[in-house]
Design a protein around this ligand. Structure first.
Ligand code: AGP
Length: 610
């Protein structure tokens, strides 16, 4: 909402937001009491194509080339959406925005309307005609039902009937206003010069302003030509602080890399340095400003999803090893619905890059409701989970745009080690000072590891046509095997499984033959001889071994022709060093298959629905 034409700003915003969902896109711009709506299956560029003017540019040598520019679509008010389908298949009809019957009201929505079927039945009985299979369309018809010339009042009445989660925006052709509201899904308001921009994520706002307001659940905002107001769902004004985004605009650009994922893999030395900055003083005391009383702490439960869950598994090893405190690790979605036994002597630690993952948010609220202390290891500043935990550790890894998480994982494991050492110092558990030297050298060790890429590219070429992969590791490297398998699955669509190496003989070894690449994370630790035996078992069945190791022994050279050497480091840091070659291997296999590495099919960077 502003003085400039909204259309080009919305198209650029959609492109920035596309990593959050990209199966279809749509836009609606209001001008002169009319609404122009367009939507398309697939990427934002497909939608944009319908609004491009082609023109030719000829140079003095007579050669001409085609250029394209956006048609001018008048109107300073508009809403837009990129979709990650929950209800109704990805197609043009189910794409957002959704109109009411009279095409006077348009709605975009992020979340799930749990009672949409019941509402739809009522509305259909009242004569409303539904055109899509989405839950969202219920909102535009509900607003239409209550509309008496005041879109704000109609929106409030409609929202009060909705059960479930939403981040939504509503416009009406008769009024120069945008109504936005949230419950469960993120909504950020960007306060600009003569313009205001709302989005689910700051990356779409950053090119326009760094001044933002984070809406809380059951809050709404009204954007007008000359300002905005934040209100509760009874329409009463709510005072809100304007916060400053610390990220620079160029941080959300590719910076010359082919993909964000590759850029973020190579940003890991700097990102880990930022996670460490100011958190270990000259006397090796770990400084974490956590206002949580750890004195009676009996147990830590870590809840997370996906890659963050893998770092949580490593966190268990680190905290139990350094701080001698029992740790349980749970998938957040399972923790939420298993009626967990937690109480005031427990700490729920949630790990989330985006800070918006709905399963993690639900687990957090469940534990808080049961009186547990809560702590978050989060990357996105100001995100919902970051604002709801009792205390937290920000990663300072910078924006992570590639859907496949890379630098956030390394920073999460670094933060978990800092937390483990912090708890050890609080509990008076003796720590080997060598670990602090290793931590200070970690960014350098990561740089060294990244230098191996060329060798890994050759292996990617060799194994890119494999149909299946197995990843094996022991101890802290078992979660590394899981993470390696996840990276390959999510961007190359090759089926891959991670296992504790010793588990092979209890079933999965039946899958092994000469077509099965088996990745071993075989760095020197107290399980080294055991992992060599596991490699023998695979070799004996013709499996093709890829070995990640910091000990290129004769045994390893005899067992594998595909060795990736990594620098030696403390056992606690090996999961970070060992995961990086697996990130690079997955990246190059997917890139060699010409797949869209940054936006793999069916995925979204932040899963804001349960
Ligand atoms: C990892 O590459 C995936 N993008 C996904 O598994 C992710 O880790 C998961 O959705 C959790 O996201 P979060 O860390 O933002 O909560």
């Amino acid at each position: 909402m502003g003085k400039k034409n909204a259309f080009p700003i919305l198209i650029e915003g959609l492109k920035k937001m596309e990593y959050r969902g990209y199966d279809s896109a749509g836009i609606c711009v209001g001008h002169n009491n009319d609404l122009m709506l367009a939507k398309k299956k697939g990427r934002v560029v497909e939608l944009e194509k319908d609004f491009l003017n082609e023109y030719g540019v000829c140079s003095l040598d007579g050669s001409c080339e085609k250029r394209y520019e956006l048609k001018e679509i008048k109107g300073g008010m508009g809403i837009a959406h990129t979709r990650w389908a929950t209800h109704g298949e990805p197609n043009e009809t189910n794409a957002h925005p959704h109109f009411d019957c009279k095409k006077e009201i348009a709605v975009v929505h992020n979340g799930i309307i749990e009672n949409y079927n019941a509402l739809k039945e009522i509305l259909e009985k009242e004569g409303h005609i539904f055109v899509s299979k989405t839950d969202t369309e219920v909102i535009s018809h509900l607003v239409e039902k209550f509309y008496q010339g005041n879109i704000e009042e109609a929106a409030i009445k409609a929202i009060k009937l909705i059960e479930g989660t939403f981040g939504l925006a509503i416009i009406c052709k008769k009024e120069n206003k945008i109504i936005v509201a949230r419950r469960g899904s993120p909504v950020v308001l960007g306060v600009g010069e003569n313009e205001n921009i709302v989005a689910s994520d700051v990356v779409a706002i950053l090119p326009h302003t760094k001044r933002v307001i984070y809406l809380n659940d059951n809050e709404m905002a009204v954007l007008m030509q000359d300002g905005y107001a934040v209100k509760n769902l009874d329409g009463q004004n709510v005072e809100k602080n304007i916060e400053e985004i610390k990220w620079a605009a160029e941080e959300i650009e590719k910076g010359g890399y082919k993909h964000f994922m590759l850029k973020e893999i190579f940003e890991q030395p700097k990102a880990v340095e930022n996670t460490l900055r100011g958190r270990i003083d000259e006397d090796n005391n770990v400084k974490l400003s956590l206002d949580i009383d750890f004195s009676n702490l009996k147990r830590i439960i870590i809840a997370a999803c996906g890659t963050s869950w893998h770092s949580a598994l490593i966190g268990k090893y680190l905290i139990e090893k350094s701080a001698n405190l029992p740790v349980e690790v749970d998938y957040a979605s399972e923790f939420r619905y298993r009626n967990p036994i937690v109480g005031p002597d427990d700490l729920l630690l949630v790990i989330s890059q985006s800070g918006e993952t709905a399963d993690v948010l639900a687990a957090l609220r469940e534990a808080k409701q049961k009186g547990a202390k809560t702590l978050g290891i989060i990357n996105v500043v100001g995100s919902t989970i970051a604002r709801e935990v009792d205390s937290g550790i920000y990663l300072h890894a910078g924006p992570e745009i590639g859907v496949a998480s890379t630098k956030a994982f390394s920073c999460q494991v670094t933060a978990l080690l800092l937390l483990a050492l912090f708890l050890a110092q609080k509990r008076g558990v003796k720590i080997d000072k060598e670990i602090f030297v290793e931590l200070k050298n970690l960014p350098k060790k990561i740089e060294e590891t990244l230098k191996n890429s060329d060798k890994i590219i050759l292996l990617a070429d060799k194994f890119k046509d494999a149909k299946n992969f197995l990843y094996l590791g022991r101890g802290m490297n078992f979660p590394v095997a899981l993470e390696g398998a996840l990276k390959l699955k999510e961007i190359s669509y090759i089926h891959a499984e991670g296992y504790p190496a010793a588990e092979m003989k209890h079933g999965p070894i039946a899958l092994v033959d000469s077509n099965m690449p088996v990745v071993f994370v075989a760095t020197k630790d107290n399980t080294y001889s055991k992992i060599l035996s596991n490699m023998e078992e695979i070799r004996a069945r013709g499996g093709q071994i890829i070995a990640i190791t910091n000990e290129v022994s004769q045994d390893i050279q005899r067992l594998s022709q595909n060795i990736i050497a990594v620098p030696r480091c403390a056992e606690e840091l090996s999961p970070i060093i060992n995961t990086i070659p697996l990130q690079i291997l997955a990246y190059h296999i997917a890139d060699k298959k010409n797949l869209d590495v940054d936006k793999p099919k069916n995925l979204a960077k932040s899963v804001t629905v349960e």
